[in-house]
Structures are given as structure tokens and as C-alpha cells.
Design a protein around this ligand. Structure first.
Ligand SMILES: Cc1cc2nc3c(=O)[nH]c(=O)nc-3n(C[C@H](O)[C@H](O)[C@H](O)COP(=O)(O)OP(=O)(O)OC[C@H]3O[C@@H](n4cnc5c(N)ncnc54)[C@H](O)[C@@H]3O)c2cc1C
Length: 358
């Protein structure tokens, strides 16, 4: 049985570790004292099949039935709770972007019925396949499932060196570990980890995104859809009787513990107040996280040619939760050289590191 060492305990690392553990001995090492401390713990928790490019959308669509199966398999609370997504063209710029989105067109009056605080609607579309995700229930389910499959988790173990050792690897993470295969699921740090193993990087760009919980002069209906500006200038959705807001910012960053900039929070309020009658005034809490992308914004899965035994599982960008179930099953199959699940309509050439050389 192969010994696989997974670096990173966010959604990427924990999900692929669980899938790998069905066929391999798995050790997951996480630098922080707790799992999911970085981007995974900071998402907006949305599942939207209309969001992302073709590879991301295929992985998201293939994840929908897997979420249902995982709920039983991992004995979790409900993982998905339906929430409509409305893509909004509030002005000509938004309407132009809307044409490129795979959303079902609705009239401005229909959009306003769904979310009565919208001020101006030029065009709109709906995604009926969307849901809120219980991110921590999914992550915790994978964690328990990994342990049940005999996998080991070491938190507070930062990987600082990775050296070839015969056909396998010697990995320093406070203690010395050995593995046949290393899976690099280190989020924003994935290129740094590759460099430690003397494996070429994939050109990952961590981009900071801000979110906040706000309230205003209007009562918020918890049943409203998520409303996303089609031109990517903001989105909002109810969080109980408050509102989760984001300016959809993408500020380049070094890999780090990202912090929100108050100007980005103010920008989200300003843009949402311009297009709605919400009158947002008060910010209750704000946070930021790094969404890490390669140039084509599809995830990076597998080995570089000529660098066997070191597999990337990175570049999940802004979609790493919604596509996690299918991406983990696909990634584990690629890493172990098994046939990839037939229902996932993604070609390996579209996710392997080579295609993203830039
Ligand atoms: C504001 C915001 C909103 C988002 N909204 C959504 C959404 O609605 N839907 C969606 O699907 N996605 C969303 N995302 C994106 C999603 O959160 C990410 O794609 C996903 O969490 C990435 O998971 P990850 O495991 O790759 O990264 P991370 O969660 O960052 O995990 C990487 C881990 O690797 C560890 N690590 C790094 N270096 C080392 C080392 N040397 N040794 C050991 N461990 C190491 C880190 O400590 C970290 O825990 C959002 C992101 C943000 C910031």
C-alpha cells in the first residue's frame, strides 16, 4: 500500500486525504494548530453551478450528487441548503457580463419580486441549482472519515524541507516523515512547498478577498437569494437577519494570514447601497482570505512530467468548497494512477500542471 503525505489541512487537503485513504496509507500534516484556519474557514459558503469557468462548472455539477452521498457516508448534518442565486445586471456594464453567464434569464420585475430591495435592474438571471454549504460540517465529516479509514492527522507540523529519498521522499515537519507520494494541498503556499521539493512551481497567484457581516435601515429577509453583480463588483446574501457582503475584491498578496482592509469593506457597502435600498450602515464583523489561482483559473491537479511522486492539488481559487467532493475523487484517482470517475466531465490535460506554465 502506497504511503501518501498530504500537506495542508484546508478543504483541499482533508477532502483528497479522505479519498486517498480508501486505497493508501495517508498522513496529513497541517502547519497551524487547528485545521481549516486559512481560506477554508473564511468562505462565503456558496454552491453555484453557474459560477466559474468550464472546468470548475463541470466539477461543481459532478459534486451535487456527491454532497448528497457524503451526507450519508460521513453521517453529517445537511451539507447543502437551497438558496437561489440571482445574477444582477443593475446597469449596462452588468447586463453585458450577464450574457456570458449560464443563468436562466428573468425579467427585472421577477428579480425585484425575489429581492425587493433592488433599486435598478436592467437584466437578471437565476441559478436554481445553487445552495448554501455547511462548510464546517463537510470539513469535519472528511476529518472523521479520514480517521476511520486509518489516516493520521498532525496539526502544528509545518513542512520545512522535502528531499528525495530513493524512489520516495523524506519530509521534515518538526519530525522526519517518509512517503512514496507527496500531495501539495497547501493553498496559497502550494508553490512554496513545491520549491522546497525542488519541483517547478505552477504560477499560483494568491488574491485577497474580503467579506463582512453588515446591517442597515431595512429589515433583511433570511429567504432572499444571493445577489451577485454580474460584473463582479459585489455580492450579498442573508446571514440570518443580517447580510453577508463582499466587494468581490482580488488584491494580489503574498501567502499570509490575510486581514481585511476597511476600505474594501466600505467599498462593498457603497456599491451595494448604490444598487439597493438596503441603506447598509453598520459592520458587525469583517474578514479576508486568499483565493489562489493559476492563469486559466482551473485547479491544478497531478504531477509535472519528469517529477514523479509530487502531485499538486492547488489553485482552487474561489470555488474550492463547491467543487470539493468531485475534485477530491478526481484528484485521488489521478494521484494513485486509477481511472477517474466517469461522471466527472473533465480531461486530465485541463488540470495537469503543464498546461498552466506561464
Ligand atoms: C471571502 C471568500 C469567499 C469565498 N467563497 C467561496 C464560496 O462561496 N464557495 C466556494 O466554493 N469557495 C469560496 N471561497 C474559496 C474557498 O474558500 C477556497 O477555494 C478553499 O478554501 C481553498 O482551500 P485550500 O485547502 O486549498 O486552502 P486553505 O484552506 O488555505 O488550506 C491550506 C492549508 O495549508 C496549510 N499549509 C501551508 N503551508 C504549509 C506547510 N508548509 N506545512 C503544512 N501545512 C501548510 C495552511 O496552514 C492551510 O491550512 C471563498 C474564499 C474567500 C476568501
Amino acid at each position: 500500500m502506497a504511503e501518501v503525505l498530504v500537506v495542508g489541512g484546508g478543504m483541499a487537503g482533508i477532502s483528497i486525504a479522505y479519498e486517498l485513504a480508501a486505497h493508501a496509507r495517508v498522513v496529513l500534516v497541517e502547519a497551524e494548530p487547528t485545521l481549516a484556519a486559512h481560506t477554508t474557514g473564511r468562505s462565503a459558503a456558496i454552491f453555484a453551478p453557474s459560477y466559474g469557468g468550464p472546468v470548475v462548472r463541470a466539477l461543481t455539477v459532478a459534486s451535487a450528487p456527491r454532497y448528497r452521498a457524503l451526507q450519508t457516508e460521513l453521517d453529517t448534518p445537511p451539507l447543502l441548503t437551497e438558496r437561489l442565486v440571482v445574477w444582477l445586471g443593475a446597469d449596462e456594464e452588468g447586463a453585458a457580463h450577464l450574457e456570458k453567464l449560464p443563468a436562466e434569464p428573468i425579467t427585472p420585475a421577477q428579480a425585484r419580486r425575489l429581492c425587493p430591495v433592488l433599486r435598478q435592474v436592467v437584466a437578471a438571471g437565476r441559478d436554481d441549482g445553487a445552495s448554501d454549504i455547511d462548510v464546517m460540517a463537510l470539513h469535519d465529516g472528511y476529518r472523521r472519515g479520514l480517521r476511520e479509514r486509518g489516516g493520521t492527522i498532525r496539526t502544528g507540523h509545518r513542512v520545512t524541507a522535502i528531499a528525495r529519498d530513493g524512489a520516495g521522499w523524506r519530509v521534515t515537519a518538526d519530525e522526519e516523515l517518509t512517503a512514496d507520494v507527496v500531495v501539495d494541498a497547501a493553498g496559497a503556499w502550494a508553490d512554496e512547498v513545491a520549491t522546497r521539493a525542488r519541483v517547478p512551481t505552477v504560477g499560483l497567484r494568491p488574491l485577497r478577498r474580503t467579506a463582512a457581516i453588515a446591517s442597515g435601515t431595512q429589515p433583511i429577509d433570511p429567504g432572499w437569494p444571493l445577489v451577485a453583480d454580474a460584473a463582479n463588483r459585489y455580492y450579498f446574501r442573508p446571514e440570518g437577519e443580517r447580510l453577508l457582503i463582499s466587494p468581490s475584491d482580488e488584491t494580489p498578496s503574498e501567502p499570509c494570514d490575510a486581514k481585511p482592509d476597511e476600505l474594501d469593506v466600505a467599498l462593498a457597502m457603497e456599491r451595494i447601497n448604490e444598487h439597493t435600498t438596503l441603506g447598509l450602515r453598520r459592520v458587525h464583523t469583517a474578514w479576508a482570505g486568499l483565493r489562489s489561482f493559476v492563469a486559466d483559473r482551473a485547479p491544478v491537479v497531478g504531477e509535472w512530467p519528469g517529477h514523479p511522486g509530487f502531485a499538486f492539488f492547488a489553485g482552487q481559487g474561489g470555488y474550492g468548497i463547491q467543487m470539493a467532493p468531485a475534485l477530491a475523487a478526481y484528484g485521488a484517482a489521478l494521484v494513485l494512477g486509477r481511472s477517474v470517475p466517469g461522471d466527472i466531465d473533465v480531461a486530465a490535460r485541463d488540470v495537469l500542471p503543464g498546461r498552466s506554465a506561464n
